[in-house]
Design a protein around this ligand. Structure first.
Ligand code: HEM
Length: 272
């Protein structure tokens, strides 16, 4: 007869440290995403609600409002306003207390989150390819890759939920959260870099420099890689991977905090 050995005290402590590191990152990200939502509502929400569509361009944008382009303007408005809803929905899905105590709410916000995530990806692709809103080919390829992963991961998260495979659903939902947050990560990544280097070192105006490319592809691939490391460390029976993942997540949390400070101080705050 075989028995399952209880975790050693070292493994228990390492698992606890990893959980705390994950929570630390999530709290910092939640502050930064709440700031993103606040900016969208205060900037785009107020201008759109008061009919000041040309005011979207008060901050630097590639296209934004274009006089006479009704279809483009409507899709741009829907895209930026629903960005606030999808970000709020994603955050709510990750709060364990909501999942446990209000499962009905979790299911509904989950459906809304996935439907809007799909709309964000499709409207983003439309803006990039049909309206032609992009800076460089390489940054366009990067964000189209982000859109493709949103569509694939959202479909897999949905399929697992419908099939009541909840462990798989949670995994795909977390991956979907990471790629849906790609646009937010890009801003945080760029501003963290600017704060660290006290200036836009290696960044070009059309986002085609080497640092830009690491940032545009990295905005969703790096968070996904860190998430996979976190999952693997949680599954691992040993201590080493848990320690490594704890270290990586704490570094990610510190960089995220710098980036959140940078986005609020330099990217959003000045335009409110
Ligand atoms: C699902 C997550 C997404 C969110 C939360 C999001 C959010 C936003 C926001 C807030 C803006 C306004 C620009 C700003 O003020 O910084 C914007 C613009 C834009 N987005 Fe997205 N977006 C998402 C996905 C995508 C995807 C996947 C694509 C492309 C495939 C895309 C393409 C664009 C384009 C082309 C613009 C116009 C940029 C400009 O004119 O400067 N978005 N998005």
């Amino acid at each position: 007869m075989s028995t399952i050995a209880p975790p050693s005290p070292a493994t228990g402590a390492a698992a606890k440290a990893l959980r705390w590191a994950g929570l630390l990152w999530f709290l910092i990200a939640a502050v930064g995403q709440t700031a993103f939502i606040g900016f969208i509502v205060a900037y785009y929400g107020v201008r759109t609600a008061t009919g000041n569509f040309a005011g979207w361009n008060d901050k630097p944008l590639i296209d934004g409002y274009i006089a006479g382009d009704d279809a483009g303007n409507i899709i741009f408005a829907a895209h930026v306003l629903l960005a606030a809803v999808v970000t709020l929905g994603g955050l709510m899905q990750l709060i364990p207390a909501v999942r446990r105590r209000l499962p009905g709410l979790h299911r509904w916000t989950g459906r809304i989150f996935l439907v809007i995530a799909i709309f964000m990806a499709l409207s983003g692709v439309w803006l990039a390819l049909v309206r032609g809103t992009y800076l460089s080919t390489i940054s366009n390829v990067a964000i189209l890759g982000n859109a493709a992963l949103i569509l694939i991961f959202a479909a897999l998260a949905w399929r697992a939920a419908v099939g009541r495979r909840f462990e798989q659903h949670r995994t795909w939902a977390m991956r979907t959260f990471m790629v849906v947050s790609g646009v937010w990560f890009l801003r945080v990544g760029l501003m963290g870099w600017v704060v660290l280097n006290r200036g836009p070192a290696g960044l070009t105006a059309d986002m085609s420099g080497p640092v830009d490319s690491v940032m545009t592809f990295g905005s969703y691939l790096i968070p996904l890689a860190v998430l996979e490391l976190y999952f693997a460390a949680r599954r691992s029976p040993g201590v080493a991977l848990k320690i490594l993942a704890t270290f990586v997540v704490v570094v990610a949390a510190a960089y995220t905090a710098l980036g959140v400070f940078g986005t609020v101080a330099f990217m959003w705050g000045p335009y409110l």
